[in-house]
Design a protein around this ligand. Sequence first.
Ligand SMILES: [Zn+2]
Ligand SMILES: [Zn+2]
Length: 204
Amino acid sequence: MECRFCNILQKSYAYGEIDKPIFENDKFFAISSLGSIIEGWLLIIPKNHTLSMKDFYQQDDLKEFVNNILPVMEQKYGKVIAFEHGTNKEGSPTGCGTDHAHLHLVPFPKSLINKLEHSNLNWTECRPSDINNFSKHKEYLFYTELNNKWDNSQGYLSILDFPVSQFFRKLIADYYGKFEKSNYKEFQFIENSIKTIKNLKLSA
Ligand SMILES: [Zn+2]
Ligand SMILES: [Zn+2]
């Protein structure tokens, strides 16, 4: 199957400017997310095609990459949350329409913890580096709030017994009163992505 993120590495850009990395090193790149309900929404993507981020949470490379980007984001947009829809098989509805692992970094002034607790899923506190052990081979959702840096501090993990589609997008869309626009394939908010690229490139 065609992978949009792998294509980006071959400099084949399905979404033009939006697909061009804003930040990049030898292991990861970051692009502005399609369907950015809020300006500043980034995807952190490993250059290796793999299903989820859980192995990267145990390595310093990811931490270094994220910690270079966070100050730039925070200076421009304020507090940042991070989340992942961790899939375990190609084509899973959990995976945001891509089989290529990615971590969402989103400027968000509040906390989603209250909404997690009131969702129909079970959440446990978990450090990113423990996700691999806890999730075994199951799919998972992970949420954490960042304070200036990615330091492996506690976030919230939900192990999934069934696929869950666009979970965090729906919570964020709901927060902004745009629940009906939570499907990013229909509502791409291209204008927000373009602003993100302009503003973060200027500050980088
Ligand atoms: Zn890929
Ligand atoms: Zn995703």
